[in-house]
Design a binder for this molecule. Structure first.
Ligand code: NDP
Ligand code: 2IT
Length: 446
């Protein structure tokens, strides 16, 4: 092993990528978990896996010029990080949000490598997107932007190379426009993107998969304490794709979600968000600029402007909005109010100190790369349906999703159990890492 301590290694990552603080955060968490495993296996040292695993295969940055409805020309930055392909073609979402930069996409792509490994499928890791802000844009502007983005991205992706999907700001509509443009340029109808419409190669349950899978993971965690979702109060943040379908599954399985949020604030509905109210949220949030505060007006509940929902008493908290949306103070308050399960629908929503607090207090804490892997897993199932050209039925795909979430949970237990506590962070990181590292060794120095 080239490094004597993990701190020595982590210092090199910080030095090499000075401005990429989210990337440092993600690498630090992983290295804390995998260090002993990395040191114990001399092959990992010999093949210098640590240095290699934190450097993407390639990073593509490009100009995206597009015209708005007033004929003004804008330029955004487009990115695709192809991080690791040891176990499969690059796979991961595209994010359109003004905060997008290299540090954020590198953290997401790095997490994706280990997440995809945990699914047990043959999926490498990647991530991409743009600092484009979809809020307030007309449908035509969104279409123009998606076309412009694909005008460059098409040359870097392909069904055997790199298969993007959605993430924040990218849903079925955007995937449709990008797919159309890819098909036009390449003159090829292939499964190059996932999250497609079911009429043209998309899988049933893909839109639901991240949120449903998250709740299936929570069910597995609760089983470890002979407990179930029945009657549990859940706080959920976000109100987009992941949050909506997490709520839906919570309701179906007998729990009571009481909050939703967006970048403006959160709503608290002590009577519980019902399926009917959720249908309203789905319709409302179908328009990207819509605000969750409208829910408070419609159902006469409280809206907390500029706040996040972690002060509300609950048994289960599901952060489903964005990175670093739950800090140490939030973690303390949650636990003081009796919360004993935190599972992440979003990627890295809890800060480093919040995660330490959850582990110190030995609650059931499911990190994103395990708990939200259902989305990419069903993307993998969409890819296999595209290859065979045989679409699967809803029950079959839902069954696969459950099976994969259970398998991920088993992997976390296998690698994360110590005494009578399951450290899901260690379990997910080690479980994800070993498969990628061993595959890299099998393939030599490439
Ligand atoms: P959506 O765009 O559908 O929804 C995002 C939600 O998060 C919106 O409610 C949005 O509010 C809120 N949000 C976004 N950025 C911020 C911010 N900076 N501060 C506060 N709120 C914010 O995205 P998804 O639901 O798809 O993604 C949510 C999270 O889940 C992300 O972390 C994503 O990486 C992760 N994820 C997504 C998967 C998928 O399949 N889609 C799979 C696995 C993880 P507003 O409308 O005000 O911006
Ligand atoms: O973070 C994620 O796992 C996603 N945005 C989904 C990726 C995918 O390829 O389905």
């Amino acid at each position: 092993m080239k490094y004597k301590t993990k701190e020595e290694f982590l210092d090199t990552v910080v030095d090499n990528y000075k401005d990429q603080k989210e990337f440092h955060q993600a690498v630090e968490e992983v290295v804390h978990s995998i260090w002993d495993t990395a040191v114990a296996n001399p092959e990992y040292g010999k093949f210098n896996i640590l240095d290699r695993i934190v450097v993407p295969d390639r990073t593509i940055i490009f100009r995206v010029p597009w015209m708005d409805d007033n004929n003004e020309v804008h330029v955004n930055l487009g990115y695709r990080i192809q991080f690791n392909s040891a176990i499969g073609p690059y796979k991961g979402g595209l994010r359109f949000h003004p905060s997008v930069d290299l540090g954020i996409l590198k953290f997401l792509a790095f997490e994706q490598v280990l997440k995809n490994s945990l699914t047990g499928l043959n999926l490498g890791g990647g991530k991409g997107g743009s600092n484009f802000d979809p809020k307030g844009k007309s449908d035509k502007e969104i279409m123009n932007f998606c076309y412009a983005f694909m005008n460059e991205l098409y040359r870097h992706i392909g069904r055997r190379t790199d298969i993007p999907a959605g993430d924040i700001g990218v849903g079925g509509r955007e995937i449709g426009y990008m797919f159309g443009q890819y098909k036009k340029i390449r003159n090829a109808f292939t499964g190059v993107l996932t999250g497609k419409g079911t009429n043209w190669g998309g899988s049933v349950i893909r839109p639901e998969a991240t949120g449903y899978g998250l709740v299936y993971f929570v069910v597995e965690m609760l089983k470890m304490r002979d407990d179930s979702l029945d009657g549990k109060i859940a706080t959920v943040s976000g109100s987009g794709n992941v949050a909506q379908f997490a709520c839906e599954k919570l309701i179906e399985l007998g729990a009571k979600p009481v909050t939703l949020s967006d970048s403006g604030g959160f709503i608290y509905d002590p009577d519980g968000i019902t399926q009917e109210k959720l249908e309203y949220v789905k319709e409302l949030k179908g328009v990207r600029s819509a605000r969750i505060s409208d829910y408070a007006k419609k159902y006469n509940v409280e809206y907390f402007e500029g706040k996040r929902p972690w002060s509300i008493k609950c048994d289960i908290a599901l952060p489903c909005a964005t990175q670093n949306e739950l800090n140490f103070d939030d973690a303390k308050e949650l636990l003081e109010n009796g919360c004993f399960v935190v599972a992440e629908g979003a990627n890295m929503p809890s800060t480093t100190n919040a995660v330490r607090h959850f582990i110190d207090k030995k609650i059931l804490y499911g990190p994103g790369k395990a708990a939200n892997a259902g989305g990419v897993a069903i993307s993998g199932i969409e890819m296999s349906q595209n290859s065979t050209r045989i679409p699967l039925k809803r029950d079959k795909v839902d069954g696969l999703l459950k099976e994969i979430m259970q398998r991920i949970h088993t992997t976390c237990v296998k690698y994360g159990s110590k005494d009578d506590f399951i450290n899901y962070v260690d379990g997910a990181n080690i479980g994800g890492f070993v498969r990628v590292a061993d595959s890299m060794i099998d393939q030599g120095i490439v």
